[in-house]
Write a protein that binds this ligand. Structure first.
Ligand code: CU
Length: 462
């Protein structure tokens, strides 16, 4: 045999700060086990493809400076100030408001695209403004029709869906052209949740007398169903695996838990009065919801549908954003004109930041590394990415001994996990990467353990 039958793996994490380069390697253990495997394979005379279980050696940190890495990215949050007709830009490192960007009357819905554009609807107008977050200026406005409310962006970031309350339509914006490319009739749509696979949207439809969740097929741009509810639906979100939809209803002091497979409400989780925005952490471990009455953020366990803990925030909390690791939450407090920063591990408010009048929506921007920037391995191999909730190259073919590196270009964590337990990357944060070297010819199937619908395979040739 010309090569060791054990594959070895190298897991590398490049920090976007550019100061730390950590190489975790199981090479030492592999080397000591190699001879045994070689003789086994020689004896059988066959090089049968085989996935070797992960060698659980202790990671060895090897910090090194790499001048090729990019400068540290500033993390910023964008906050719609409903009564200032502006978007505040918050440096989440220093907790300082850097600037306020004027937008048309009534900034309402907000989303951020992975390329760093923030889309803001103005419900006192008919426009969606596009903010360039490098310059922090409005670079485009899109006319979508009278009184746009909530926005949602597809996982591949190609479409922004607009709940156009005034015209009773969901409007589709092509984000490559910043143009309206379609619309679907939904009575008084307010907020929208898009399934993690990007094919389905649930829309809170607030038309009195016919309140419900309209179900849209995003690909065909048609309404495919409706979940009637007897109170006015407010805000809604999917769990990262797509198996749960949490939503809130005006006048019901509990989070509604819907199974999107059956469209049945499976549970109601009692929380403080007037619950508004529900949001899952990116790894799906927790769900968060704000209660406007008592000014609380409840941290829920989606496995048990129980409240883990309750954090007191400001007055009339409205919306929530988290960082990609799901360790910090930012909560806008509409009636106290500030943002609460919550450490989700300790359940403590670590800062309260005055931001302007009537903060409602918030998005947090973390800038992932671009593909070429993190090439620092010397091994020949295959660079690919995880982007838009998908493995960019669903089938990768390499020669035995080559290295594959996945860069996570999404704002949230993913994993690269072997289907049969051969390896598991653990959570790969936004902008981080993971590499494996496969020495054994054969086919290897893998998936993301957070989003099991994300699948890929590797073919290793001689
Ligand atoms: Cu994933």
């Amino acid at each position: 045999m010309k090569y060791c039958n054990l594959f070895h793996r190298i897991l590398s994490i490049w920090h976007p700060t550019g100061t730390a380069f950590i190489l975790l390697t199981g090479l030492a253990l592999v080397a000591s086990a190699c001879s045994g495997f070689q003789s086994m394979a020689s004896a059988s005379g066959a090089s049968k493809p085989k996935t070797v279980p992960t060698t659980a050696s202790g990671p060895t940190a090897q910090p090194a400076n790499n001048p090729n890495l990019p400068a540290p990215a500033m993390t910023k949050a964008y906050i719609g100030l409903f009564k200032d007709n502006a978007v505040a830009v918050l440096d989440t490192g220093t907790n300082q408001v850097l600037t306020k960007i004027p937008v048309p009357k009534g900034p309402h819905g907000m989303v951020v695209s992975p390329d760093g554009r923030v889309f803001v609807s103005s419900d006192g107008d008919s426009l969606v403004s596009v903010i360039d977050t490098k310059l922090d200026v409005v670079i485009d406005t899109i006319n979508v029709g009278n009184s746009p409310h909530g926005l949602a962006i597809t996982p591949d970031a190609n479409l922004v869906l607009v709940a156009d309350f005034g015209t009773s339509q969901v409007v589709f914006i092509d984000t490559n052209k910043d143009m309206v490319v379609g619309q679907v009739a939904v009575p008084n749509p307010h907020n929208i949740a898009i399934s993690p696979d990007g094919h389905t949207a649930y829309v809170a439809s607030q038309m009195q007398g016919s309140t419900g969740l309209a179900i849209l097929n995003i690909d065909s741009r048609t309404v495919t169903g409706n979940v009637p509810v007897d109170k006015t639906p407010r805000a809604l979100n999917f769990s990262p695996d797509g198996k749960l939809l949490y939503f809130t209803l005006a006048g019901v002091d509990a989070v509604q838990v819907l199974d999107p497979a059956t469209n049945q409400i499976e549970a109601q989780i009692p929380v403080g009065a007037s619950p508004h925005h529900p949001l899952f952490t990116p790894d799906g471990q927790f769900a968060l919801v704000v209660s406007q009455g008592p000014g609380q953020l409840s941290i829920l366990d989606p496995k048990t549908n129980k409240v883990n803990s309750v954090v007191t925030v400001g007055k009339m909390p409205h919306w929530i954003a988290t960082n990609s690791q799901g360790t910090t939450a930012w909560v806008t407090n509409e009636a106290s004109n500030d943002v609460s920063v919550v450490d989700l591990a300790t359940g403590k408010v670590t800062a309260t930041i005055p931001v302007g009048n009537a903060p409602r929506k918030i998005v947090v921007l973390t800038q992932p590394l671009m593909a070429g920037q993190s090439q620092s391995s010397n091994q020949p191999g295959f660079m690919t990415s995880i982007n838009g909730m998908a493995f960019k190259d669903p089938v990768i073919t390499i020669k035995a001994g080559e290295t594959i590196t996945w860069i996570n270009q999404d704002a949230i964590d993913h994993t690269v996990t072997s289907d049969d337990g051969g390896w598991d990357s653990g959570n790969i944060g936004s902008g981080k990467s993971y590499s494996i070297t496969l020495n054994q010819p054969g086919q290897y199937n893998y998936h993301c353990s957070i989003h099991p619908f994300m699948k890929g395979s590797i073919i290793v040739t001689q």
